[in-house]
Design a protein around this ligand. Structure first.
Ligand code: AMP
Ligand code: GLY
Length: 433
């Protein structure tokens, strides 16, 4: 079959890389793609936001399955448009994707279905005075969130009341978050380790992939601003197999049941961001897609045929996989970011990469914000530039971490920064099976 992937980041590079390994896949296209993806998937003659152009070209290229990477097109209804046109597409409908595009909806949904999460209050536009008096009295620390999509940056953890009042003003300011910030969620701060679990689902049945841990803060030791994710590893030893079963029973299954009951059945990848608290796992957030960078470590550990899995999810026919879902071993991804990210950064910096024969075995360089520069050079074109991913089928996580950083040492661009502690927490703990 021919497959189309929509998106341009490290997640989409990993999706294309894994899909290309499926014996069922004949041709694979990606739009808008990036220079790293172009080596595996030629560009596609329709823009990712132009649904009617995509549908026309999908028919012309005999695309049997379209896989959507980012949340933007999902929130804009790409799945609804493809389904109306009778085309198979992997992802949730716009109404199902509301779990991600409205944090206020997600919080109400969790309350309705008794899904564990932080206690919270939602303030709608015009509720500024009420929100300010609420944060003046509720326990600290607290977390203030913009309701809408904000690329992982619409969340501010506040240690003091002054900080909380400033955060409320910032999030409600149309020049920083636009309409994403007009409704605000104020949430209890949860303590614990974080983990990301991806469930691929056809609306009723689901398969969970290797649990992963992202590193959301910009600086080592979980300091600095929240980012889209500075690195990830899998499997996360904090999510033991018995804990994963508990998460499936107390969070994933009731979420899918609740969405179906409310007339918005959820298909595609349900990303559950979790806090493993002393009272058990609780939902930090839902996302309606694969996570980035987690996908870069989760997919290399998926043992099965990804094209088959995603097509089964899209066509409502997901059966228990014949092969083990999670392969032995571990994967570590270190994100190389532009100087200044997650704040303002410059682009167009020349990237020096190792040649194909100098890239160590078991290391993939998943491109994210890369672009083509003068004379066929590779230049930076985004905040997160490259995900350096090492995969080892055996041995300790510490060795996989060393392999990833060894490859990082062979890459350079002006202003490049990265965290030096990706996976450090897991290296201290063996994964129990
Ligand atoms: P979100 O976009 O909702 O996933 O939030 C981004 C990050 O902010 C999370 O990955 C957590 O590190 C942190 N965070 C969000 N909500 C909470 C919470 N209620 N308690 C503690 N940390 C949180
Ligand atoms: N890594 C966080 C996300 O994809 O939202």
């Amino acid at each position: 079959m021919n497959v189309l992937v929509i998106g341009s980041g490290g997640r989409e590079h990993a999706l294309v890389w894994k899909l290309a390994q499926s014996p069922r896949v004949e041709r694979i296209y990606c739009t808008p793609g990036n220079p790293g993806i172009a080596g595996l998937a030629p560009p596609f003659p329709a823009e990712s936001g132009d649904f009617s152009g995509l549908i026309r070209e999908a028919r012309r290229h005999e695309i049997a399955l379209t896989v959507v990477g980012p949340e933007g097109p999902l929130a804009a209804g790409i799945v609804d448009a493809f389904r109306e046109a009778g085309l198979l597409i992997f992802g949730p409908t716009r109404r199902a994707a509301e779990l991600e595009w409205s944090k206020a909806f997600a919080k109400d949904f969790m309350m309705r279905h008794a899904i564990p999460g932080a206690s919270s209050r939602t303030f709608h536009p015009g509720g500024g005075d009420e929100a300010r008096s609420y944060v003046a009295s509720c326990p600290l620390p607290l977390v203030i969130k913009a309701d809408g999509l904000a690329a992982g940056k619409g969340v501010i953890v506040c240690q003091s009341r002054d900080e909380a009042l400033r955060a409320l003003a910032e999030i409600s300011d149309p020049s920083s978050f636009g309409s994403a910030g007009s409704t605000v969620v104020v949430e209890e701060f949860m303590e614990g380790e974080e983990a990301s679990v991806f469930a691929v689902t056809d609306g009723a049945r689901f398969v969970t992939l290797a649990p992963a841990q992202d590193h959301k803060r910009a600086l080592d030791g979980d300091r600095g601003k929240n980012t889209g994710g500075m690195g990830a590893y899998a499997p996360a030893p904090c999510v033991t197999p018995s804990l994963l079963r508990g998460i499936e029973e107390s969070i994933i299954a009731p979420t899918l049941r609740g969405m179906a009951e409310e007339g918005r059945p959820y298909t595609g990848c349900l990303y559950v961001g979790l806090m493993l608290t002393a009272q058990g796992p609780k939902v930090v957030e839902y996302n309606c897609r694969f996570g980035d960078p987690e996908t870069q470590v989760v997919l290399p550990l998926y043992e099965g045929d990804l094209a088959e899995l995603l097509a089964a999810s899209a066509s409502g026919d997901l059966r228990a996989p014949a092969t083990p879902v999670v392969a032995a071993g571990s994967a570590v991804c270190v994100v190389l970011a532009s100087g200044g990210y997650p704040g303002a950064y410059e682009t167009g910096k020349t990237i020096t990469l190792p040649g194909a024969d100098e890239t160590p075995r078991g290391v993939m360089l998943f491109h994210a914000g890369t672009g083509s520069g003068p004379g066929g050079s590779l230049v930076t074109a985004g905040g997160r530039v490259i995900g350096v991913t090492a995969v080892r089928r055996e041995g300790a996580m510490a060795e996989t971490i060393t392999a990833a950083y060894d490859a990082v040492g062979r890459i350079w661009f002006e202003g490049m920064h990265f965290r030096r502690d990706i996976g450090a927490r897991a290296a201290a703990k063996p994964y129990s099976t």
